[in-house]
Ligand binder design. Sequence first.
Ligand SMILES: [Zn+2]
Length: 396
Amino acid sequence: MHTASAAVADRIRSLLAALVGFDTVSDRSNLPLIGYIEDYLAAFGITGTRIVDTTGQKASLWVTIGPADKPGIVLSGHTDVVPVEGQAWTHDPFEMVERDGKLYGRGTTDMKGFIATCLAMVPEMTRAQLARPIHLAISYDEEIGCVGVRPLLDILSRASVKPLGCFVGEPTQMELAIGHKGKHGVRATFRGLACHSSIAPQGVNAIEHAATLIGEISRRAALVAREGARDALYDVPHTTLLTSTVQGGTALNIVPDACAIEFEARGLGIDESKEVTDAVTAFARETIEPVMQKANPACGIDFEEILEYPALDMPADHSWVTLAKKLSGRNRHCKVAFGTEAGLFVSMADIPAVVIGPGSIEQAHKPDEYVELSELLKCAGFIERVIAHCASADPS
Ligand SMILES: [Zn+2]
């Protein structure tokens, strides 16, 4: 390793250790971490803009380095991490440990490693005389449905100068992902009528009506797997649909008056997930609910959305994909099974986006999560090329 990359490695290490040290599990405040990043940037004369949520406990940070009146490049990452409860960690998850070239700790691969690498390259960004800006979009609440980036994208969608495009640094081992599926999750609560099981026909069995819907979801899942659109770049090359949870019933001798199920679709097309779950909801309203209400008008089904985000579906010949290939030194592209904020950049703010980041999704959300330092250095090289691109007068 030559001196320059050794220095970069040291910077990444200490920044990542600091970021991992903030417990930013999605249900907790990320403000201490945001404050740390603000202080770090202030040392380079950079001020970010905080977009605070309605609770006042979480914030995104939007940072512009270089001329703000030119279209620039966005590097986007989320600060929240998934919980550690019930996981067998061999050390404190919020204290970074280095072993054999691997940096361990909650969020190292998903995705504080990417954020640390971006921050580590800030000195190079400030030195580079950028002709177009580099933006950092640092968000929260990604792990609970890509929630926190939306207010920021709402602002960006109305900005007079829009960024050229966005790199979302979720772990792809620095492969270029131009697509991911969308997701729509729904909770259906069946309101039946309880009675003693010996006079069962006088009740309205919430579980059995829920079971009718579960059967329909399963039937539609098989249909879409057999006859739906296919995309061979995905490991599961079609839209999926399933029931994930069921809750209902209190005792063997009581007709159950309540049953709640949760189901989700993960669609190939940008809006397909919601179209699929909307069709399931419509089926329940048209076919199941009238039967329940005929038995008792007070019975029925309540639906609520749990989460949704759109698919990412970038055309392989899009100019942003071409530039991403040039900057990442890759000719190939892939599609990933997990969701990211990239689809929202496209759908909410009309900013082309792809996913490329260090580390493997295999390590994400697991005990003893780690990222390899070599991956972070590869990412630093990528950011170096982003900087060089933004420093050149080339308007493309
Ligand atoms: Zn993530």
